[in-house]
Write a protein that binds this ligand. Structure first.
Ligand code: DHB
Length: 391
């Protein structure tokens, strides 16, 4: 097969890029090893920065984000028995939206298919060759296992943290800057009304908990756990006891737990984001720990930068913006890496934390919530820095 842009990965990054390229008259094919049903039903992130909402709605990729999403004007940081609200509009004049990632994906897939976009579900990519030539080739197998070869002017790795395209860009599938954490998140979805109007990020003596939401009837909550924890080892009563003990001051509204998972996480940035006729976006390029909800937002920001670069390359033969892609994207990536690391380290209790560490951490939290500068930094980062490149 021949296409102009072969996009590997039908997540938010890959689908949004195909949408923007199409709007500029550039044809692409999107490949994903999963089925449409799997993609549309996997529960992932929930918080969109204001800039993400603006580009998704203004580009026509998702109208529902504005009608079905919920604007949140703040979060609460809770520690040492008290809650402290960070008011986003008051500090930075911006907000975030609660709108689950799989809803973004439903909107994007529906919009792409309605526009005649070729999306190859169930297609597994084996490798990418020839990125230093003008016609790289993607080797894949279709849903029936039949081999497929795709020649493209450009290959985009939007294929997540276990990216196959990454090896063609960095020379290895693992090569990158990374850091690991001695804890993971135990996440649940339950049928219950919201326990609070806004998200609560709680640092307690027993460890971190996050009280998030999905809808009026479904809630998402997380608590810090051992990375080796077995999600099925706890009873529902034990899960509620654990969560409740970590948000003193709030009585959680309990209900049947219908999904549970242990999410391991790390910080990672690939050593290279672009090489010849291939580039990485989203989790293929970098992953962040979940605290602070930067993952999907960062993917969308990468795509805006790469979209402009690909338009310059493929419509005008101008390679300069492509060569600038890694530098421009990296600036936001490392700010988000810092913010995600900072929120994670400030809110979780490390298994080996000393009494000094614990008291220092409470001092750190207090120096944020008792300072206009501290609250402004958190609000600015959480709602999202200005985008380097727009639609
Ligand atoms: C959610 C996840 C996050 O990592 C976060 O910081 C806020 C909310 C969520 O899944 O709702």
């Amino acid at each position: 097969i021949r296409t102009r842009v072969a996009i590997v990965g039908a997540g938010p990054a890959g689908l949004f890029l195909s949408h923007l390229l199409d709007a500029a008259g550039i044809e692409s094919i999107v490949f994903d090893s999963r089925t449409r049903e799997e993609i549309e039903s996997t529960i992932r992130a929930g918080i969109l920065e204001q800039g993400t909402v603006e580009v998704l709605s203004q580009s026509g990729a998702s109208d529902r984000v504005l009608t079905d999403g919920h604007r949140h004007d703040g979060i609460e940081l809770r520690f040492a028995g008290a809650g402290h609200r960070i008011d986003f509009p008051a500090h930075v004049g911006r907000s975030v939206w609660l709108y689950p990632q799989h809803e973004v994906l439903k909107d994007l897939i529906a919009a792409r298919l309605a526009a005649g976009q070729d999306i190859r579900f169930g297609t597994t990519i084996a490798r990418v060759e020839g990125v230093d030539s003008e016609l790289p080739r993607v080797f894949a197998a279709d849903a029936d296992g039949a081999p497929l070869e795709v020649d493209a002017d450009f290959v985009v790795g939007a294929d997540g943290s276990r990216s196959v395209v990454r090896a063609a860009v960095t020379g290895s599938s693992t090569g990158g800057y990374f850091r690991e954490y001695p804890f993971a998140w135990f996440g649940i979805l339950c049928e219950a009304p919201p326990s609070a109007d806004e998200l609560i990020y709680s640092n307690s003596e027993n460890g971190f908990a996050l009280i998030s939401q999905r809808s009026e009837t479904v809630q998402r909550m997380y608590f810090q756990c051992d990375p080796e924890a077995d999600p099925n080892a706890l009873s529902e009563a034990e899960i509620w006891d654990t969560l409740q003990a970590r948000v003193p001051g709030t009585t959680l509204k309990e209900g049947p737990i219908f999904q549970r998972d242990v999410l391991r996480f790390r910080s990672f940035v690939a050593h290279e984001l672009q090489r010849g006729r291939a580039a990485l976006v989203g989790d293929a390029a970098h992953t962040v720990p979940p605290t602070g909800a930067k993952g999907m937002n960062l993917a969308i920001a990468d795509v805006l930068v790469l979209n402009r670069a690909l338009q310059a390359l493929l419509l005008r033969g101008d390679e300069q913006p492509l060569h600038a892609y890694a530098d421009i994207a990296s600036q936001r990536i490392w700010k988000a890496q810092h913010f995600s690391w900072w929120m994670t380290s400030m809110l979780h209790v490390a298994p080996d934390a000393s009494d000094f560490d614990r008291r220092r951490q409470l001092g750190e939290l207090r120096s944020v919530v008792e300072s206009e500068a501290g609250k402004t930094y958190l609000a600015e980062a959480y709602t999202g820095w200005p985008l380097a490149v727009g639609l």
